[in-house]
Design a binder for this molecule. Structure first.
Ligand SMILES: Nc1ncnc2c1ncn2[C@@H]1O[C@H](COP(=O)(O)OP(=O)(O)OP(=O)(O)O)[C@@H](O)[C@H]1O
Ligand SMILES: [Mg+2]
Length: 429
């Protein structure tokens, strides 16, 4: 076992390339990570960030290049060896074990690594509790991971990496669902671990995070490195230019305060114990209303209620001045209300189906003629209009969604519901 003190560069990736068929996802990628360094990997959706991480972790074989982790050369598919050397990866899809408890998810990987054959549940629980305490968050230890909202799944995935006492921690967008206070606490923890010599490779799109905790940065565009160096040498403008290839004109969007249309949705005194109490709000046509709050303060349950997936205990809603009390999601959809689910992988996408099938899935009713005959021509045209507008990076609408990058999968999800919401659905009353 190599001691962290013995190496200065914990990770060296040199001239790494990865293709998928004729598509080059990563082209001559090199990266050096020093001990105690936080390095950001940035780039637009589909630029190759997750591919670089999967190649590092040994999940994807590379076409060329070398990887040296803590002074050991890594070959392809050496997933376990990389973990044994001290690598922990928080994948973008989190890769947790859904049908096991939080404590099992956190305690078991380290136990397996040590070759333990007996489940020491009490020990795992303690380890999980200690790790969450160190992170300054609280998550139920005995609940099944599949029942958790995405934000808590992210906290479990982070806790698992921290509990593994890894020397190199890779985080592929770990904060997408977290609120500001959890992110702040996570970054405090990153700063603490950094002083003990732990290094981080951190995928992020958020300027605040990049400039807040990253010492250095590598920017990818279309699988190629377009900029790399200390974060201090970049500002927001030059980073945006490197990421997108286009100069960014910063302008404030002037949102009209007045001038919205008729009231569409009115919520009056909605309560659901113990999630939220006495919520009243009104949304007019053309208006965007944001519901904010700490994790678990009830905003998720409120949304599920408005979409007919949970029942309120008290209060009422009006949609276009008519009583709106959806008994199911199908009911809500019929009345023109859509909910973009927070977890695209478990609640939304059909990963082995095409982009077109996924985008069109909620709009089939609007494109069905007599005898359940699907009007495929108009459907395809509308789908292609939405995927173009959302700039989904793909080979074509027949590409399977499972092969898209995480951000582009999210866009497909959005396309499905924007299309549904804008569609002329004949089933609507
Ligand atoms: N298994 C696969 N088969 C074919 N193409 C793939 C596969 N995995 C990734 N790709 C393609 O490689 C490109 C890079 O994907 P990658 O997941 O690395 O992007 P990313 O930078 O992580 O993007 P995001 O910010 O959206 O997560 C994408 O265009 C994607 O479609
Ligand atoms: Mg990704």
């Amino acid at each position: 076992m190599i001691t962290p003190a013995a190496v200065q560069n914990v990770l060296e990736m040199k001239h790494v390339s990865k293709t998928f068929g004729s598509y080059t996802a990563l082209d001559d990628f090199s990266l050096v990570l020093g001990k105690g360094e936080v390095h950001c990997l940035a780039g637009e959706n589909g630029s190759g960030k997750s591919t670089a991480i999967k190649v590092l972790a040994g999940i994807l074989p590379r076409d060329a290049g070398s990887i040296r982790l803590l002074a050991h050369e890594l070959g392809d598919h050496e997933v376990q060896r990389a973990i044994d050397l001290g690598l922990a990866v928080i994948y973008q899809d989190l890769s947790l074990l859904p049908n096991l408890s939080v404590a099992e998810n956190i305690g078991m990987p380290s136990a397996l690594r040590r070759g333990e054959h007996i489940a020491r549940y009490a020990h795992w629980r303690r380890k999980a509790a200690d790790t969450f305490a160190m992170m300054g968050v609280s998550v139920g230890l005995d609940v099944l991971v599949e029942t958790l909202p995405v934000a808590e799944k992210q906290l479990v995935a982070i806790a698992r990496a921290v509990a593994a006492e890894a020397l190199v921690i890779v985080m592929d967008e770990p904060t997408t669902a977290l609120t500001r206070s959890e992110v702040t606490r996570l970054f405090d923890l990153v700063r603490t671990l950094k002083t003990t010599g732990v290094s981080f490779l951190f995928v992020s799109h958020k300027f605040e995070e990049i400039f807040g905790i990253c010492d250095s940065i590598t920017v990818l565009r279309d699988g190629k490195i377009v900029a790399t160096g200390p974060t201090s040498e970049l500002d927001r403008r030059s980073l945006a230019l490197a990421m997108t290839g286009r100069p960014i004109v910063e302008e404030r969007l002037a949102l009209p305060v007045e001038g919205h249309g008729e009231e569409r949705l009115r919520v009056e005194g909605l309560s659901r114990s113990p999630d939220f109490y006495d919520v009243s709000l009104s949304i007019r046509a053309g208006e965007i209303v944001s519901i904010v709050g700490l994790l678990g303060s009830g905003q998720r349950e409120l949304a599920l209620c408005l979409f007919g997936l949970l029942r309120q205990d008290a209060g009422a809603c009006l949609l276009d001045a008519i009583v709106y009390a959806p008994a199911s999601a199908a009911d809500a959809l019929r009345m023109g209300v859509v909910l973009v689910p927070e977890d695209r992988l478990s609640e939304g996408l059909f990963l082995d189906r095409s982009i077109a099938d996924n985008a069109g899935a909620a709009s089939l009713g609007a494109f069905t003629a007599a005898f359940a005959w699907l009007k495929t021509g108009p459907l395809r045209r509308t789908i292609s209009q939405f995927v173009t507008q959302l700039r989904i990076k793909m080979t074509g609408p027949d590409q399977s969604v499972g092969r898209l990058s995480g951000g582009n999968q999210q866009r497909v999800m959005l396309a499905r519901f924007l299309m549904r919401a804008s569609g002329d659905d004949p089933q609507r009353p």
